[in-house]
Design a protein around this ligand. Structure first.
Ligand code: FMN
Ligand code: SF4
Ligand code: SF4
Length: 275
């Protein structure tokens, strides 16, 4: 019987080379409940074989670092009421990104992204960056997880990978065609908290994890069941980080938002890519 060893291979090696950005990519993200991170981590992997330099701007004390001119940065945020979450917008407004090429992502829960991607691009350009490409992609809605449940899924990740290939081609050619994304100026009003997460005090161990996780410092360090509604952005990172399951959206708020979004249930919004 013949084996593979009987066929010494003289054929040229298959073309394994894929479009790639040789230097490490900066991954600047705000992602309280992880879906934005999951989406754009996959994108970073698609455009560079080097590990990305991760900058988690969800953390209250973390600011955009100095990034050398000529670098590529992926800048990603979820959509809140058709805008970028205020802490992320504030951090980008303080950032210096001269000579940096950015790829922007607005990740949203299947309702609409309205002015968010335009706002993100405006903030990056005001900081001195050039927008190479942009995407508005879908993830399950934090408040109504049945809306776009399971997304991003395998098909979304395949689309994100293909977007990465197109971005690499544009980058390699040195193209600077401006990216035009939907949205209006002036932007819609920024999101204002309509509730604060409630705490089951019987389950709370007062460990302080939610206090440290909160991007805005809204939770009282002495009594984690107390939250300042003027600081809270309803991001739900406190609930996602509480191992005891002691924090949750109040039932009345959940019922209200579910009723408002229920006409959209069963839908499947497409991702949008701008290169
Ligand atoms: C305060 C708040 C406001 C939101 N507003 C919108 C919106 O305007 N449109 C939409 O489609 N999804 C909206 N969503 C859903 C999020 O954009 C979506 O779930 C996103 O994936 C959350 O990102 P994360 O998992 O990285 O935190 C909102 C979520 C929150 C918490
Ligand atoms: S993370 Fe959970 S258990 Fe810990 S203080 Fe916050 S609510 Fe209490
Ligand atoms: S208290 Fe408000 S802002 Fe802070 S983590 Fe919880 S939902 Fe987010």
């Amino acid at each position: 019987m013949l084996s593979a060893l009987d066929f010494p291979c003289h054929a040229p090696a298959p073309l394994l080379q894929k479009p790639d950005i040789a230097m490490p990519v900066y991954h600047l993200y705000f992602s309280p409940c992880s879906s934005t991170y999951d989406t754009t981590y996959a994108f970073c992997r698609a455009i560079s074989q080097n590990a990305a330099i991760e900058v988690n701007l969800t953390d209250r004390e973390t600011e955009v670092p100095e990034i050398p001119a000529g670098s590529v940065a992926v800048v990603a945020a979820p959509v809140y009421a058709g805008r970028i979450p205020t802490p992320m917008a504030d951090k980008l407004a303080r950032a210096r990104l001269e000579g940096v090429k950015v790829v922007t992502f607005a990740v949203y829960g299947g309702r609409a992204y309205e002015d968010a991607l335009l706002e993100l691009n405006d903030l990056c350009e005001k900081a001195g960056a050039t927008v190479l490409a942009s995407a508005a992609t879908i993830a399950a809605h934090v408040f109504v997880p049945d809306l776009e449940r399971g997304r991003p899924d395998a098909n979304d990740f395949a689309e994100i990978k293909d977007f990465g290939r197109r971005v690499c081609e544009k980058y390699a050619k040195g193209e600077t065609t401006p990216v035009i994304v939907p949205g209006n100026r002036p932007y819609r009003p920024a999101y204002k908290a309509a509730f604060v997460p409630e705490t089951d005090t019987a389950m709370c161990r007062k460990c302080g994890v939610c206090v440290a996780a909160c991007p805005t410092g809204a939770i009282d360090a002495q009594d984690p069941s107390k939250t300042d509604i003027n600081l809270c952005i309803n991001c739900m990172r406190c609930a996602a980080s509480c191992a005891s399951g002691a924090k949750a959206q109040p039932a009345a708020a959940k019922a209200f938002i579910t009723a408002r979004l229920s006409p959209l249930l069963g839908g499947h919004k497409p991702n949008e890519f701008y290169v």
